[in-house]
Design a protein around this ligand. Structure first.
Ligand code: ADP
Length: 582
């Protein structure tokens, strides 16, 4: 016990906590505060023993004296000199013990003694006595972790105002005090930029935190209204790099990639170079169909199955198609795949959507069909227009197996000398790595559509640059990468199979100026007038081609042991991060 209580020895001069071996200092527990006993010349355990003995012997002596007085009818307040000395010693030793062990210990000690609960022969009680107040002991009751709280501001941050008039100042005050709801600024003012500026100012004042560094100027706020983002206060800048030229199906493309991950563009660029030097890549578009799957409920599974058979009957397809396609001149119903869970029916509608990614379009078509079905199936209870069998923005086997959006396969044969000179590795090493990493390793990990090295890196970067929905990166990155030796083992055949690339060149964020410029660079901006859908399909093949380049380069970096080195070069600048942050 005394060892636990002993204050830690002061570190030798010139050493810091970091220098000391971890066993010597435990930072989790504060060192005990200095006590009077620290000044005693005796070792601590001897001092404790002296005071313990003193306390109990004096208490014993006094109790005996008082018992004799009671027997002899001597008044208790008549005390001798020795009794005075004993009382003083009792108080002194009590104060020492109280100060040393703490009030809790003394209280529990007294209460145990008074209730005869402390059986000195019980080893368990000895243990408790020794360790009960040991702060290093794990508490018997698990203490829940402290909930995170936002750090308090020591000083209010300097807020740089962007207001242009007294009137704006007044509106900011009204927003801060809650008289004007922040979301209503655009409609009330009729000026989206001004609304963003006022909202931003109000936000800074309410939070006391500066938004300096988040640009306000430079975005067309009218263009995002009702389409891309509500309650804007600025925009985040993401650098756009260019990989390429990507030689795909005989055409060269410069691929815009918006990313903050160093190495990514450089690596994809190297893959493009290897593909180019080997004569280019080829893509095949297998399928183009966006999906939406509502869930409906019936009173019985039998009744739900009747609707399933109705929807899957080829004789009904034409009628259903006409109803569905009313949603847009670009939507074409392709099929309905049903699945049942008890008396609940999930109907996965798939349709082509022209150059739009198509979620709105397919949802409108599904709504048309549900309204139509209500006549023949009035007992159908529509639970939700989306029942997750679609499946949007979530990992799901249905997209991996059935496809969603564009299903693309892209391949290339990389020549032996290119593997050596550009990729700095060899065919056998690449094939082996792919087998053990992308195929076996992913199987070991229980992957779902993740049989690749980093498809999502390239997919996300192109998605952000070209105004796609970044959340659809989840299923759009489904990819299996295959590598095989060809031409007597000299050259490398590489392919990526991506069953669910969800892209569009109209709608959503694609119409914003920066994103539109990136689409323009590739040559797929907006709707394709001559052949609706061609632009979005071409974009999907370019995504797959860039993924092919990315896979080729990363696998090569890993195979040749260059990965860490190149990341240290491109991803870890030598800048002093602490200075940059401040
Ligand atoms: P999404 O369905 O991807 O959410 P939107 O519904 O927002 O897309 O955008 C598609 C809109 O663009 C529709 O109103 C559609 O009529 C129009 N549009 C114009 N040209 C095309 C085209 N070539 N392909 C698809 N939609 C087009």
């Amino acid at each position: 016990m005394d060892i636990c209580r002993r204050p830690p020895r002061p570190p030798p001069r010139g050493t810091t906590d970091h220098d000391r071996p971890s066993s010597s200092v435990d930072h989790r527990f504060p060192s005990p505060t200095p006590r009077a006993s620290d000044a005693l010349p005796l070792p601590l355990y001897l001092t404790n023993a002296v005071f313990f003995t003193l306390f109990f012997s004096v208490a014993y002596y006094l109790l005996h004296r008082w018992r004799d007085k009671i027997r002899n009818s001597t008044p208790l307040h008549v005390v001798t000199l020795s009794e005075i000395a004993a009382i003083v010693s009792l108080i002194a030793s009590f104060i020492y013990l109280l100060g040393f062990f703490g009030i809790d210990f003394v209280q529990s000690f007294i209460s145990r003694a008074s209730h005869d609960a402390w059986d000195l022969d019980d080893p368990q009680h000895h243990r408790n006595f020794l360790i009960d107040d040991d702060p290093r002991r794990t508490p018997r009751i698990a203490v829940p972790p402290t909930p995170p709280t936002p750090p308090k501001l020591a000083n209010p941050e300097p807020i740089i105002s962007t207001l242009s008039s007294e009137e704006d100042e007044e509106i900011v005050k009204l927003v801060v005090e809650g008289t004007i709801p922040s979301y209503s600024l655009e409609s009330k003012l009729g000026d989206c930029k001004r609304a963003a500026s006022i909202r931003r100012e109000a936000l800074q004042r309410m939070t006391g935190r500066s938004l300096q560094g988040l640009p306000l100027e430079g975005l067309d706020y009218e263009s995002i209204l009702g389409q891309c983002c509500e309650m804007p206060v600025g925009y985040v800048q993401i650098p756009v790099g260019i990989a390429g030229p990507l030689l795909l199906d005989g055409f060269e493309y410069s691929v815009p990639m918006a990313t903050t991950e160093g190495c990514l563009v450089a690596s994809t660029n190297r893959g493009c170079k290897a593909i180019y030097a080997s004569g280019g890549a080829t893509s095949i578009l297998l399928r183009d169909a966006m999906t939406r799957a509502p869930v409906v409920r019936f009173a019985s599974a039998k009744r739900a199955s009747e609707l399933k058979f109705f929807l899957e009957d080829p004789n009904n397809f034409e009628t259903l198609g006409v109803v569905f396609n009313r949603s847009s001149r670009f939507s074409r119903l392709q099929g309905i795949h049903c699945s049942m869970a008890g008396k609940n029916l999930y109907m996965r509608f798939s349709c082509s959507t022209g150059d739009a990614m198509g979620m709105n379009m397919v949802s409108k078509g599904v709504q048309n069909v549900l309204d139509f079905l209500q006549d023949d199936f009035p007992d159908m209870d529509v639970i939700g227009i989306s029942g997750n069998f679609c499946s949007d923005k979530k990992p799901a086997a249905v997209n991996w197996i059935e496809g969603r959006g564009k299903s693309v396969v892209c391949e290339a044969i990389i020549k032996e000398e290119v593997v050596k000179k550009v990729l700095k590795t060899n065919v056998a090493a690449l094939v082996e790595l792919n087998m053990l990493k992308n195929l076996t390793g992913s199987a070991v990990a229980g992957a779902l559509g993740g049989y690749n090295a980093h498809a999502s890196n390239i997919v996300s970067a192109i998605f952000i640059a070209t105004g796609q929905d970044p959340a659809q990166n989840v299923e759009s990155s489904n990819c299996i990468t295959m590598l095989e030796p060809v031409n007597d083992g000299k050259d490398l055949h590489i392919s990526v199979s991506m069953p669910s690339i969800e892209v569009g060149t109209v709608g959503g964020g694609t119409q914003l100026a920066s994103q539109s410029a990136c689409l323009n660079l590739i040559g797929v901006k907006g709707a394709n007038k001559e052949s609706p859908g061609s632009n979005s399909r071409l974009l999907a093949t370019i995504v797959a081609g860039a993924v092919l380049a990315g896979e080729l380069s990363l696998l090569s970096a890993i195979a040749s042991g260059q990965l860490v080195k190149s990341h240290m070069k491109y991803n870890r600048s030598s800048k002093d991060v602490t200075k940059v942050a401040s």
